[in-house]
Design a protein around this ligand. Structure first.
Ligand code: PEP
Ligand code: MN
Length: 263
């Protein structure tokens, strides 16, 4: 069902009035993890100043180590909902458990399925059974074909509001946290009719590479770019090395605009 052969027209996903896949390239930004109401509000306010509405933030954090910060859970979703209402934002947050999908839809606008869960088929089916857009990330070592099959699981349950997100894949290269597979963008756009996003933060794991990779993503035709912003990355409870602070966020937007790649 997600194949371009089945549907020629691009799928446009409506995120609370912000369309993804309509030709206008958008930015999805926000902290790695929801840490507090104040933290999320600070980022949302900065985004609002720049006309951005698509706010991301993890409440359930699938961390490599069980001893790392696991997220605020339901409290995190409640913070996101409150900030969304107060700052007029559209919120995107990762859900890791099929049993949380029903609850999550009351708090968030977009369900994110993370890289580690790309082949959690029960989660994919649960996300496919609700009427909410889904942001599906490519698995850590997933082929493009496996990624497309994961999307097919969601659509097969009736939910066709899916966005695919390239977020880097595991290779032998150690200079970056993952290797951004930039060619996945045009391939996914040829093979499917779904919008394709690029997450530059998790692809690179390096703050100094966010701007050049975001430019590359826009130049190659990504429908949106995702990047993480934190009011004080040095004390962030996750992904401290790659989140932008607020001044860097502003210069990131300025430089994308100056490049002519982002309108
Ligand atoms: C995230 O976007 O918060 C995240 C954990 O990313 P990924 O699933 O791509 O590692
Ligand atoms: Mn992160």
């Amino acid at each position: 069902l997600v194949s371009r052969k089945k549907q020629q027209n691009n799928t446009i996903v409506d995120l609370g009035g912000e369309l993804i896949g309509d030709g206008q390239q958008r930015l999805i930004m926000g902290p790695c993890a929801v840490e507090s109401y104040e933290q999320v509000t600070a980022v949302a306010k900065a985004m609002k100043e720049r006309g951005l509405k698509l706010l991301r933030g993890g409440a359930f954090k699938p961390r490599t180590s069980p001893y790392d910060f696991q997220g605020l859970g339901l409290e995190g979703l409640q913070i996101l909902k409150r900030v969304a209402e107060e700052q007029d934002m559209v919120v995107i947050s990762e859900i890791v458990s099929p049993s949380d999908i029903e609850t999550a839809v009351e708090y968030i606008d977009v369900i994110q399925i993370g890289a580690r869960n790309m082949q959690n088929f029960e989660l994919l089916k649960a996300a496919g059974s609700v009427n909410k857009p889904v942001l599906l990330k490519r698995g850590l070592s997933a082929t493009i074909e496996e990624f497309i099959h994961a999307a097919e699981y969601i659509v097969s349950k009736g939910n066709s509001q899916i966005m695919l997100c390239e977020r880097g894949i595991r290779t032998y290269e150690k200079a970056t946290r993952n290797t951004l597979d930039i060619s996945a963008v045009p391939i996914l756009k040829q093979e499917t009719h779904l919008p394709v996003l690029v997450d530059v933060t998790h692809s690179t794991g390096r703050r100094d590479l966010l701007l050049p990779t975001a430019k590359a993503a826009l130049a190659i035709g990504a429908d949106a770019v995702m990047a993480e912003v934190h009011p004080d990355p040095a004390v962030a409870l996750s992904d401290s090395a790659q989140q932008m602070d607020i001044p860097t966020f502003h210069s990131f937007i300025d430089q994308l605009k100056e490049s002519g790649l982002y309108k």
